[in-house]
Design a protein around this ligand. Sequence first.
Ligand code: ZN
Length: 459
Amino acid sequence: MKNAWFEWGVGAAAAVLVGTGFVYAGVSTRAVEATPLNDEPDPRELIAAYTSAIDASALSSEMKRVSVLRNETLSSVLDRIGAPRHEANSAVYAASQLLDLRGMRPGDDVTAWLETGADGDVRLVGVSLRPEADRQILVSRAVDGSWSSHELVAKLTPGINYVAADVDQSIYQTATALGAGDQQVVDFADIFGYDIDFQREVHTGDRFGMLYETFEDERGAQVKTGVVLMAEMDGAGLTKTFYRYTPSDDGSVDYFDENGQSAKKFLMKTPINGARLSSGFGNRRHPILGYTKLHKGTDFAAPTGTPIYAAGNGKIVSYGPFSTYGHYAKIEHANGYTTAYAHMSRYAKGLKRGSHVKQGQVIGYVGSTGASTGPHLHYEVYAHGKPVNAMTLKLPTGRKLEGEQLEAFHAERARIEALRDAELAQQQMAAAAPAPTLRGTTGYASVPTAASAPAETRE
Ligand SMILES: [Zn+2]
């Protein structure tokens, strides 16, 4: 089956090869624009399109698609699938003209085409890399043995998507089932992370909604998602909507409620993502020491290595092993507040006692050092030296917009709400039409989910 990418590629390749010739010892590079589709074009057609003459042997090449393994480079991947060393070197060099290959990560896909000649020798014909959803680097060998690289960039149309639903098992499962990406759910959790403990304060029947940017290819397929413009929560614990807005005076992106109050607070409620609250603040029987005492903090169970964030801006006043707390960090904040983090497996690189940290900066990683029964973060908050319950603490808030900034915010908020209303109307129309697609659902249905899966922890 023919497709747009291939048809475009034939004409472009001829122009590129006639027009530019080769540079850098047989390597020519050219960025071109095309319309990559979600399904790969026939690789043999693609290779033929990008070689200066139809190389008959290329048409019988064999495609191999492999994932980059840990500690592998493009050279070692090509080596692993049997490409001759000198051809692999040429291909890597050609690719490096358009792409920083140090950016390759385990799990990235590499597609390569190999052909076996009449003499039985295996030769490398082409390599395709997909550094981003809308970008493809294609490296190919011409009949004369020279190599060239081409960049295909998708023409993307920005759009909007709105998902809203009742929480069934988890916001993560419900939102991704409706089409949101992992990043949108993480952003949503970050926006509400100052107000809600997602493990404890979100209940079945609560409603959430998020409006976010999308990018579609020419067939209307969503190839990537963008920023969250609006995040809504309507539940027993909290009813609130936040809107994305960048105040012109400080230029820093933030989310504000309808009164222009920033979502950010002086301290984050939970300085860790994707964790389960395993033990709250208050009197309890100590699991190791065996007697009842005041548990001065909150425990969050999470896998070893999960990043721990500074709950607020401040200065590290303690950073090292401390008694039964194991690997320990303590941060002094403004207004007489102090936070402490215990049982870490390791510390963040580049930090030490006296370092200044920003809210949300990684200060260490979850572990089970000291008197601990399993990997968890023991988190303490002190107000003027007295331990307080982080989960019920009323905290000083972040920026409140005023004057011209508040007016500009209200205008942006009206624009975002109009986008949401238009998208919702379109979804309802699509839902009324026959054969609805997933994107065509109104988003107002409760989505049954099999199991709870919290958002991935982030770097
Ligand atoms: Zn604890």
